[in-house]
Write a protein that binds this ligand. Structure first.
Ligand code: KG4
Ligand code: ZN
Length: 335
């Protein structure tokens, strides 16, 4: 089986081709970062228009790179949600039309399941069951994962996602868009003990998160100490990282599992990886991440997630162009 995957939920057009015999055989990505930078955030209408322009050329490139002919594809997976409606509709329209033309099944995939399974693209794969920490621009989720397709949310952010916290704090510090990597970069020059930010919701039981207060803390500190951007960036990063680590440790103890999977854009953050690895070593827990280029949005993870489901015979009936801009992981069918 050879599955084509299409990601277009936000500001990256991603294509992946996954084969039963050879694994991931091609992936292509176009990031719209430059397009949205001057607006300080993603402009949905511009995102949709750009996906339309980029998706088909990228599919052609991926097919060429992997030496796969269109008629060798056996299924097409696309991100059906969550995400921006217009952007999702581009992937859905292309996937369903192409699949209809080729007479092969098409399937809408959950974007966060793509992130969750991305570490399975690596040669050293996590074994089930595991706890997943999904940290992106739109979500902060702790998930109990007994097997592919079965997801129980243990905790989530009650306000801003952690990536959103990074982005908003970066904006306050005038670091531009996208803020996460810029803030992490600046934090390298900061002193860890200059400012101490709170570790939200760690002083009470439970696995939920709240990150909007950290951004306010950063704003107030910046107002009082405008020359200390790097120290503020560091204090934010340390507080966010430690908060996530405390909650992961709790989730591990709660489930009794010995494997932690960390994925989504913020899992590219090296301080977070360091802190989680240390927690893992101290608690005899193995921690798995995707390769750095598969932490943020990409088509490879959608091809992979779709591949498992298409193999199990799942597909959307009637080639209907369908999206789910709001969609919980817990609603997914088991595989
Ligand atoms: O998974 P992703 O590409 O898109 C969503 O599904 O949201 O995640 C994007 C998020 C953004 O908030 C971005 O600032 C953050 O991931 N991010 C980082 C880093 N790289 C990306 N945050 C902290 N440190 C990084 N190195
Ligand atoms: Zn994402």
């Amino acid at each position: 089986m050879i599955t084509l995957g299409i990601e277009s939920s936000c500001d990256e057009t991603g294509i992946g081709i996954y084969s039963s015999d050879d694994g991931l055989i091609s992936h292509k990505l176009f990031s719209q970062v430059k397009l949205h930078a001057e607006y300080g955030g993603v402009v949905p209408e511009l995102a949709s228009r750009d996906h339309i322009q980029k998706a088909i050329p990228l599919i052609k490139d991926a097919l060429k790179e992997s030496n796969v002919k269109l008629n060798q594809l056996t299924g097409i997976a696309y991100t059906a949600g969550p995400g921006l409606s217009g952007a999702l509709l581009v992937g859905s329209s292309i996937a369903q039309s192409l699949a209809w033309g080729l007479g092969i099944p098409a399937l809408g995939v959950h974007h966060m399941e793509g992130h969750l399974l991305a570490p399975l693209l690596e040669s050293k794969k996590p074994k089930f069951p595991f706890v997943a920490l999904l940290v992106s621009g739109g979500h902060t989720l702790l998930v109990d994962v007994p097997r592919i397709g079965e997801y129980k949310i243990l905790g989530e952010s009650l306000d801003d996602a952690v990536g959103e916290g990074f982005d908003k704090t970066a904006k306050i510090l005038g670091l531009g868009y996208p803020g996460g990597p810029a803030l992490a970069n600046l934090a390298k020059k900061g002193y860890k003990n200059r400012f101490t930010f709170p570790r939200p919701m760690t002083d009470r039981p439970g696995l939920d998160f709240s990150f909007s207060g950290l951004k306010t803390f950063a704003r107030n500190t910046y107002f009082d100490f405008p020359d200390e951007k790097a120290n503020i960036a560091k204090a934010f990063e340390v507080a966010a990282t430690e908060t996530l680590t405390i909650k992961c440790n709790r989730a591990i103890k709660h489930t009794g599992y010995k494997t932690l999977v960390v994925s989504g854009g913020v899992s590219a953050n090296l301080s977070l990886r360091q802190s989680l690895n240390q927690m893992g070593t101290e608690n005899d827990v193995s921690v798995f991440y995707p390769a750095l280029n598969f932490c943020t949005d990409n088509g490879a993870m959608i091809a992979l997630a779709g591949h498992y489901r298409l193999l199990a015979g799942q597909s959307n009936e009637n080639y209907e162009i369908s999206i789910k801009p709001r969609w919980s992981l817990e609603e997914l069918l088991p595989v």
